[in-house]
Write a protein that binds this ligand. Sequence first.
Ligand SMILES: NC(=O)c1ccc[n+]([C@@H]2O[C@H](COP(=O)([O-])OP(=O)(O)OC[C@H]3O[C@@H](n4cnc5c(N)ncnc54)[C@H](O)[C@@H]3O)[C@@H](O)[C@H]2O)c1
Length: 285
Amino acid sequence: MAEIRKVMVIGAGQMGSGIAQVAAEAGLQVVLNDIQDEFIQRGLAVIRKNLQRAVDKGRMGQEEMAAVLGRIETSCQLDAGSDADIAIEAATENMDIKLGIFRKLDELMKGDAILASNTSSLPITEIAAVTRRPEQVIGMHFMNPVPVMKLVEVIRGLATSDAVYTAVHELAEKMGKTAVEVNDFPGFVSNRVLLPMINEAIYCVYEGVATPEAIDEVMKLGMNHPMGPLTLADFIGLDTCLAIMEVLYEGFRDSKYRPCPLLRKYVKAGWLGKKSGRGFYVYNN
Ligand SMILES: NC(=O)c1ccc[n+]([C@@H]2O[C@H](COP(=O)([O-])OP(=O)(O)OC[C@H]3O[C@@H](n4cnc5c(N)ncnc54)[C@H](O)[C@@H]3O)[C@@H](O)[C@H]2O)c1
């Protein structure tokens, strides 16, 4: 496969802006896309802030910061990146939105371009099936915050070719990450292991086994976790946690993945964690 030099990132939110930043820092040309310029500008502001922090700490020169920013082009039109070697989609976690984007990318992008999704839980094989190039579709699951977290889960869809897997593995390493190969099953590895633990911690609150503070303390001090599961759930967003548990429950039809009723109740109440100011803990955002 030809070397990847140009990347189109679709979605300039939390994840997309981070992906655009690390790609540009790795020397790649980037086209950052979103549906409105306002969202792109918000993503760019986060990138500028992160880079400025690196400059202030002496980890990056001012000139290098300008060069990194200079490699990021922006557009609300997907065809601005039609000559890119890979598209990394990081739009809202909604199957209809993603299928629409992949259909368009398949039309617009050059024939040998790779189409990757940063989805946390949606099936790569199903996304690949709406394109005429399923062997060039792959999952590239970055962790949040992208500039900090080392892991990229690289998810092979049923049809993903070895050459495409290798190219994406190498790209992740070039972006300073460690790539881990995973097959396409609900929740991949990260969320299949993490979310049932979080859900079980919520059951412990629900059944009155212990308070959220006590549960987090047990997991931090006893298991050496840097953050307790309920604090982590609040950071991820309880709506996102519920959505991923639903994907696991639907995907495996195994009762061990049933979402805790208390999780459903909190989401219905609008207690979504840190972003809404209240979850298992109260935040003054
Ligand atoms: N937040 C996390 O911790 C995390 C971690 C790993 C993976 N992910 C995945 O990354 C993806 C993005 O999540 P996020 O947290 O950055 O969400 P976000 O809400 O911060 O950003 C999503 C962006 O996508 C844009 N968007 C929506 N439809 C679009 C379209 N048709 N074309 C272009 N842009 C569009 C939105 O305007 C928004 O700016 C999701 O698939 C999510 O599951 C999230």
